[in-house]
Design a protein around this ligand. Structure first.
Ligand code: ADP
Ligand code: MG
Length: 470
C-alpha cells in the first residue's frame, strides 16, 4: 500500500471511533509522511495539533495502523506547515467524509408508535450522563434518574419547572430514552402541549374522539413538554385531565415540564392543578459561574474539542441568561474553530458574543486567575489594541484627531495607566507627543464611559484578557 492509501485506510477506521466532525477537524491536511524502520511519521499542518494528537489520537492511530501493516511499531509526529489541501500528499477528507447535515434540530421529527400514537423523536444528544449536575438542578436530575429507573412508582407525575433554556427538555427526553433503553417494548411518548392540542383538534374535526382517547390510553410513559401553553385551552385541559387520570390510575408514568410551578398555571380545572401537585415537583434554575464553566468543560470533553480555560471562563462569565445561550455560544465557537482551524481567543469569542447575543446584559471583568501578568510594554499594548480595532498603528501614534483613532488611543492611555502603571508623561510622549493633562482627561473620560457603555467595557475586557493584563 502506498502512504496515501494507507493513511486513508487508517482514517477510515478511525472515523468509526471518533466522530466525523473530529476527523475533519483534526485530520484535515495531515499526511502520512513516511514509514521507516517500523516507525510511521505523521505530518501535521499546525503546531497546535501536536499535543492534541499526541494525547488523544496517538495510541489509537498506531493500533489501527498495525492492523494494516503489522511491522509498524512506533508513531511519530512532525509539524509541516506546508501541508495544505493542494499538497499531493494530503487526502481530500471532505470528499471521503462528507459532513452530514447533523446540526439540524432532530427533535422536530415524529414517529408513529404502536397503536397509532405519535411521539416526537428523542434527541440522542440528551442523556442523564451528559447533564451537568449543580446545586441549581441537582434535585431535578435526581428525580429524573429515579423515574428513569422506576417509572410509575415513586414520583408520579414528575413536574419540572423553570425558565427557558435551563435543561427541562434535556431532562425529560433523557428519561424517555432511558425508559425505552431499559425496556424497548414500552410505549414512550414525548410530545408538546401544542402537538397534543393539534391531535385533539383533529380528533374533534374527524368526530373521532374515541380514537384519540384510545390512542393516548395505550401509552406507558407520557411526557408533555411546556404544559404552560395549555392555559386558555379549555377543551385541551379537559381532555388532558381525562388522559392524565386514566394513565395515572393504571400506574403509568407521566412527566411534565412548565415554565412556572403548577399553582401559577392558570388552569380552568383546579383538579388538574392538584393532580400536578400530587407528585414530585422540582425546579431548574440558572447555574452560577462555576457550574456554567463546568457545563462548558463537559461539553468540550464530550465533543472532544480543546478550548483554552481562558476562553471558557470568558464565556461562562459573560453568558448568564440561559444554559441554551451558553451552549449556543460554545457551538458557534466550535463551528468557527472547525471551519477556520484557528484556536479561539477571547477576542474572537467576544466577537461571536457581540454578534449572537444582542441582548447580553453586561460584560464585566472576569475573576482574576492565578496566571502572573505578562510583562507588557506600552508598545505591545498598542499592538493588541490596534489589532483589536484593526486600525493602523501609525495613526494611533500620530496626531490624527479622527474619531476612529480617538477611542483606541484612549483605550491605550487608560490601560497603560491602570494596568501597566506607566506615567502620564510617558504615555503622552509615546502617543503623538501629547501633554500629560490631555492624557489625564482622556483617562478620566474613559473611566466614566466604562460605567455605562457596555460595548466599550466588553472591548476593554477582551483586550486585557488577550494581552494578559487583566
Ligand atoms: P429548556 O427545555 O429548559 O428550555 P433545554 O433542555 O432545551 O432547556 O436546554 C437548553 C440547552 O442547554 C440544551 O442544549 C441542553 O442540552 C443544555 N443544558 C441545559 N442544562 C444543562 C446541564 N445542566 N448540563 C448540560 N447541558 C445542559
Ligand atoms: Mg424545552
Amino acid at each position: 500500500m502506498n502512504l496515501k492509501d494507507l493513511w486513508l485506510a487508517i482514517i477510515t477506521d478511525l472515523e468509526k471511533d471518533i466522530n466525523r466532525a473530529n476527523v475533519i477537524t483534526w485530520f484535515r491536511n495531515t499526511a502520512l509522511l513516511k514509514v521507516e524502520n517500523g516507525e510511521m511519521t505523521v505530518g501535521l499542518p499546525l503546531p497546535m495539533f501536536l499535543s492534541w494528537h499526541a494525547q488523544n489520537y496517538a495510541d489509537v492511530t498506531l493500533k489501527i495502523a498495525q492492523k494494516h501493516q503489522a511491522d509498524i511499531k512506533k508513531i511519530a509526529y512532525e509539524v509541516d506547515i506546508t501541508l495544505n489541501d493542494k499538497d499531493p500528499r494530503v487526502i481530500d477528507l471532505l470528499k471521503h467524509f462528507p459532513m452530514k447535515e447533523s446540526r439540524k434540530l432532530p427533535n422536530k421529527a415524529e414517529v408513529k408508535l404502536a397503536g397509532g400514537v405519535i411521539s416526537k423523536m428523542f434527541n440522542p444528544r440528551y442523556s442523564l450522563d451528559n447533564f451537568t449536575i449543580a446545586p441549581e438542578n441537582r434535585l431535578a436530575h435526581a428525580a429524573a434518574q429515579t423515574v428513569s429507573k422506576h417509572p410509575g412508582e415513586n414520583y408520579n407525575p414528575l413536574f419540572i419547572y423553570g425558565g427557558v433554556g435551563l435543561g427541562k427538555t434535556h431532562l425529560l427526553q433523557s428519561v424517555g430514552r432511558e425508559i425505552l433503553r431499559n425496556d424497548p417494548s414500552k410505549v414512550v411518548v414525548y410530545t408538546t402541549t401544542e402537538s397534543f392540542t393539534n391531535e385533539l383538534i383533529e380528533g374533534i374535526q374527524a368526530r373521532n374522539m374515541n380514537r384519540f382517547r384510545n390512542k393516548y390510553r395505550k401509552i406507558d410513559t407520557l411526557i408533555i413538554d411546556d404544559i404552560q401553553f395549555i392555559a386558555n385551552k379549555d377543551r385541551t385541559q379537559e381532555e388532558f385531565f381525562h388522559t392524565f387520570n386514566t394513565l395515572y390510575d393504571a400506574g403509568k408514568q407521566i412527566l411534565i415540564s412548565s415554565d412556572r410551578p403548577p399553582q401559577e398555571l392558570t388552569l380552568l380545572n383546579d383538579r388538574l392543578t392538584s393532580r400536578f401537585e400530587s407528585g414530585m415537583i422540582v425546579d431548574v434554575k440558572m447555574p452560577d459561574y462555576e457550574t456554567r464553566l463546568a457545563i462548558l468543560k463537559n461539553k468540550c470533553q464530550i465533543t472532544q474539542v480543546f478550548i483554552s480555560d481562558q476562553v471558557l471562563e470568558f464565556i461562562a462569565f459573560n453568558i448568564d441568561s440561559s444554559v441554551r445561550a451558553l451552549i449556543g455560544v460554545l457551538n458557534q465557537v466550535i463551528a468557527q474553530y472547525e471551519l477556520e482551524h484557528v484556536a479561539p481567543t477571547v477576542k474572537s469569542v467576544s466577537e461571536i458574543i457581540k454578534r449572537t447575543q444582542k441582548d447580553i446584559k453586561m460584560i464585566g471583568f472576569i475573576k482574576d486567575d492565578k496566571t502572573p501578568h505578562q510583562a507588557v510594554t506600552i508598545e505591545q499594548l498598542t499592538d493588541f489594541v490596534t489589532d483589536y480595532y484593526t486600525i493602523p498603528k501609525s495613526e494611533v501614534l500620530g496626531e490624527s484627531r479622527a474619531r476612529e483613532y480617538l477611542l483606541p488611543r484612549q483605550v491605550i492611555m487608560y490601560l497603560a495607566k491602570s494596568k501597566l502603571r506607566i506615567s502620564l508623561a510617558k504615555i503622552g510622549q509615546y502617543l503623538g507627543n501629547r501633554n500629560h493633562t490631555t492624557v489625564m482627561n482622556a483617562i478620566s473620560r474613559m473611566q466614566t464611559q466604562l460605567q455605562s457603555n457596555r460595548q466599550l467595557l466588553c472591548d476593554v475586557n477582551a483586550i486585557t484578557r488577550e494581552a494578559g493584563i487583566h
